[in-house]
Design a binder for this molecule. Structure first.
Ligand code: PMP
Length: 409
């Protein structure tokens, strides 16, 4: 199936915005949903809606089977050894907060180091900043090269035997940089540190194998990979999760409750307090089916092609600065840029008038904006339903933006 055919499977893309056919270039913020995912949610609510794990009635059994079936799909998708290592959360943010406030709280002491990078999303920065403050630990940043990449030498020079946690994003939501997570994990382990990976921008776009990466934790969000909002995943190695305290308490996660003490269910349920995100998990399962049918390798290849095509087109537009690695093979399918003398919000507004959706702002990465010496940028991000024509429309829109603002000033 080519991108044009895939595009037809996403009903939202078949509309006009401001009098123009919609070009959606904001999938890094959230992806669109195919018919199959919308139908899976619809069918669940129409036919199976019930609470899970406790009912003996038929609807309860069906809902539980679908919910736990989705967990198995996630396990297979990231090649985790066991479904007990797959915790459903609200998203990447909740997953990382859970790791920091449980595992981090137990393992990080005063004077220990936590190593992150300048390109981290606030979700993989603030939880560690807070933990470091609470514990009197030292937050260290791996230096970044001019082109927005991290070298393994710099990782080796930053991580020491005092480092307890290394927390790095797999793919940058701003620079598009693909970080060498497997090698970084190796360096972390050689120093006795644990590796936490923010997989929000990688899992939707490339084949993830947590056993091959050997990371201790991997976090991602369903809504960026054709699934619904409100569902995400925390993968953790079993022995870590087994030894971790839950961060939320209440129904669903308990085994026995007495007046002054309680015990917890086994994994993964001890981390899923309260009625879980049943429809969200089922929708995520349908999204995984969809992505697997297209093939993750095909998706990666298509996005590399679009990134190369976009970088090439943008290099022909005078006054456009593109951030991140120049080599399309070193970056994922997004392009963050600025246009001389035009504020990114104005760029996004003019493009919107042409029916083209891009993101403008600090992209939840304020320290990175500071590093880039800008207050904000615009970003076009691609997914399996984008085509070369989308990029042509986007570049034509940029030329129009430049023209418009040259008239204004
Ligand atoms: N990390 C990265 C790299 C992201 O791009 C995002 C979403 N923009 C997040 C974390 C947070 O994801 P969520 O809002 O789904 O929790």
């Amino acid at each position: 199936m080519n991108a044009k055919e895939i595009r037809k499977l996403f009903p939202i893309l078949d509309q006009e915005v401001n009098g123009h056919p919609l070009v959606y270039l904001d999938s890094a913020a959230t992806s669109q949903k195919p018919y199959t995912v919308i139908e899976a949610l619809n069918n669940y609510y129409r036919e199976d809606n019930s609470n899970v794990h406790r009912g003996v009635h038929t609807l309860g059994t069906r809902a539980t089977d679908k919910y736990e079936g989705a967990r198995e799909k996630v396990r297979r998708f990231i090649n985790a050894p066991s479904t007990s290592e797959i915790i459903f959360t609200r998203g990447t943010t909740t997953s990382i907060n859970t790791i920091a406030s449980s595992f981090g709280n137990d393992h990080v002491k005063e004077g220990d180091e936590i190593v992150i990078s300048y390109m981290e999303h606030h979700s993989n920065l603030i939880p560690w900043q807070q933990l470091a403050k609470k514990k009197g630990a030292i937050l260290k940043y791996v230096p970044m090269k001019e082109d927005g990449t991290i070298t393994l030498d710099d990782v080796r020079n930053t991580v020491t035997s005092n480092t307890k946690i290394v927390a790095i994003m797999h793919v940058s939501n701003v620079l598009g940089t693909i970080n060498p997570i497997k090698d970084i994990t190796k360096i972390a382990h050689e120093n006795g540190a644990f590796m936490v990976v923010d997989g929000a921008q990688s899992t939707p776009h490339m084949k993830i194998d947590v056993q091959d990466l050997d990371c201790d934790f991997y976090a991602f969000s369903g809504h960026k990979m054709c699934g619904p909002t409100g569902i995400g995943v925390l993968y953790g190695k079993k022995h870590h999760l087994e030894n971790m305290e839950p961060v939320e308490f209440g129904g669903e996660m308990i085994d026995f409750v007495d007046l002054y003490d309680s015990t917890w269910k086994e994994l993964p349920w001890k981390f899923e307090a309260g009625t879980p995100i049943i429809a969200g998990a089922i929708g995520l399962g349908a999204a995984i089916d969809f992505l697997e049918e297209i093939g993750m390798e095909n998706i990666t290849k298509h996005e590399h092609h679009l990134a190369a095509y976009a970088l090439n087109k943008l290099s022909e537009v005078e006054g456009v600065t593109v951030y991140g690695p120049k080599d399309p093979m070193q970056r994922a399918g997004l392009v963050t840029f600025n246009v001389d003398d035009v504020h990114p919000h104005d760029v996004a507004t003019v493009l919107d008038a042409e029916g083209i959706a891009v993101r403008a702002g600090h992209h939840c990465a304020q320290p990175l904006m500071k590093w880039l010496k800008v207050s904000a940028t615009a970003r076009a991000s691609f997914y399996l339903y984008n085509t070369e024509e989308d990029i042509d429309r986007f570049v034509a829109g940029l030329l129009k933006t430049k023209e418009y603002f040259s008239d204004v000033f």
